[in-house]
Design a protein around this ligand. Structure first.
Ligand code: 3NM
Ligand code: MG
Length: 521
């Protein structure tokens, strides 16, 4: 007689581990009891070393606990142990018994989960009737050293994309591998493919190794339930916003006004060549610059209401450490981080640094020239010569599509600068024609724009796309005005004229002037 599959909440999946390195001297049954009290919604008993008799004994004790709370218990790999204690199902890896055979043995009501590290494995498991997928390994983990592939949030996203049938996933998916309180929201956020998201996460050490499993489970569940809205609120699609700014210019002007009166903190981790210029641009546009590449002080700075710019430049290992620490600190309090992958396509070291940073945290805005954005896309065919922008190799439409695709993939705002700039948040994509050719003749103009965008996003977090647009227009309209001045004769005289115009534009906005429908001031 069929009792039907029990309903399952996949949010927080605890996978046990009995090794001393993780469990320590704690009692596994008590740990599981406390973890469920803290919020664990599903338990898997996993023991790769114990004798069968011991496994059956522990499994039956665990089952008594999980039943008390009406939480399903699954057994890793061992169908016999599952049957012996009447557990709700099993989890099988790629080297274990196949899903079809397991189903024959356990019947239609058993929950059968399958590990998948690739799109192919995921699709096969779905065809074979898996009830859920455990996907990973997300990040390298000391808990399981024989993992086959570390796929990152990008790999999770690819699997989630491939598991979708239209807009619905056909089976629930949970991610596994080094997931803990410091990265769970980012994993949920960055792995999403459109509306197709993880149903939850599976953890071992984050709970099993904790000295307080109940509170560890509780904080994890809290983070899961509040992600991604808490920190990474994304912009509602606005289909009315096509390529003309007419309906948004009033708002853009009001964002400029709030920015120039804000003195918001702009924290720059930037290269020595541009530090002075970027700091002057910050002051002229109304933000308060701090130039610090000291990772350990980032947590204090992150709490001051501003934003961080990471200007990659020469990506030495020390700098990468500082960037990562900075990004983590700002991510942790939900403050914006702007990534400028300077020279990102130029060398193998820089291309790798781009990859490292993209997986180490979350960016609100990624900005760069064509070669740099190509490096972010990972599809760059342009070999960058230096950090300056080279000749364009793609059409306007290709550029617009590329920034949109990266925005959707990375869940952030993407700007590709050039004669025409392309800005997208995935839902809205605009081409911006403002600017001056002199910006290409002075050093640090791209980097300083990153600083401006950062502080704009900090003052207008509710719509990062419009905030970035306002910052770009402030910057580029000021450049146009500087170029038009009688006293601007070349790059040298352009710089002071530009700083003046950045400042004066802000003053005029305070007095009631604004951006017009065609991006003119
Ligand atoms: N399976 P922690 S990774 C049990 O990739 C397990 O299939 C993995 O442990 C897989 O949360 C893993 O301590 C261990 O990193 C996860
Ligand atoms: Mg296994």
């Amino acid at each position: 007689e069929s009792r039907g599959k029990p309903p399952v909440d996949w949010s927080l999946y605890l996978v046990t581990d009995s090794t001393p390195a993780i469990l320590g001297g704690k009692d596994i049954v008590q740990v599981v009891d406390q973890a469920i009290q803290g919020g664990v919604t599903l338990v898997q008993y996993r023991d790769k070393h114990a004798d069968t008799g011991v496994m059956v004994d522990i499994a039956s004790k665990l089952h008594a606990v999980t039943r008390k709370y009406n939480v399903p218990l699954l057994i890793n790999d061992r169908l016999d142990v599952c049957q012996a204690v009447g557990a709700e199902g099993v989890h099988i890896g790629q080297d274990d018994m196949g899903c079809i055979e397991a189903r024959k043995i356990l019947g239609p009501d058993a929950i059968i989960g399958v590990t998948a590290s690739s799109v192919e494995e995921a699709q096969k498991a779905i065809e074979d009737g898996a009830d859920y997928l455990g996907i990973g390994t997300t990040f390298a983990t000391p808990t399981k050293t024989d993992t086959k592939s570390i796929i990152g949030t990008r790999g999770l996203q690819e699997i989630l994309a491939a598991c979708s049938t239209g807009t619905e996933k056909s089976v629930p998916c949970v991610a596994i591998g080094s997931i803990n309180a410091s990265n769970v929201q980012r994993v949920l956020h960055q792995s999403a493919h459109g509306s197709n998201r993880l149903n939850g996460v599976a953890v071992v050490s984050a709970i099993m190794a904790s000295t307080d499993p109940r509170s560890s489970a509780r904080s994890l569940l809290d983070l899961i339930k509040t992600a991604p809205q808490k920190y990474y609120a994304s912009v509602a699609p606005n289909t009315a916003f096509v390529t003309e700014l007419a309906s948004q210019v009033a708002q853009v002007t009001s964002i400029i006004k709030s920015h120039v009166t804000s003195s918001v903190l702009c924290h720059n981790m930037t290269n020595t060549v541009v530090q002075n210029f970027a700091a002057n641009v910050c002051l002229a546009t109304g933000s308060s610059p701090i130039m610090s590449e000291n990772g350990p002080e980032a947590p204090d700075l992150a709490r001051l209401g501003g934003a961080l710019v990471i200007n990659m430049g020469t990506a030495t290992p020390e700098k990468l450490n500082a960037f990562t620490a900075g990004m983590r600190a700002y991510n942790a309090v939900g403050a914006p981080v702007i990534f400028d992958p300077v020279g990102g396509g130029a060398t193998a070291i820089r291309r790798n640094a781009v990859k490292t940073l993209l997986t180490a945290g979350f960016f609100s805005v990624i900005k760069g020239n064509e070669g740099e954005i190509g490096a972010v896309a990972g599809t760059s065919t342009t070999q960058q010569r230096g950090v300056d922008s080279g000749p364009s190799v793609s059409t306007a439409e290709e550029k617009a599509n590329l920034v949109k695709a990266i925005a959707l993939r990375e869940h952030c705002v993407v700007l590709m600068t050039g004669k025409t700039d392309y800005l997208s948040d995935g839902a809205r994509t605009v081409a911006i024609e403002n600017g001056s050719h002199w910006l290409g003749k002075i050093t640090g103009s791209g980097c300083a724009l990153g600083s401006v965008i950062a502080s704009y996003v900090a003052v207008h977090r509710q719509d990062k796309f419009l905030a970035a647009l306002a910052g770009i227009l402030h910057y580029e309209i000021a450049a146009e005005r500087a170029e038009a001045r009688q006293d601007c004769r070349g790059p040298g005289s352009f710089i002071p004229a530009f700083l003046d115009e950045l400042y004066l534009l802000g003053e005029e906005v305070k007095q009631g002037r604004g951006i017009g429908a065609n991006g003119e001031f």
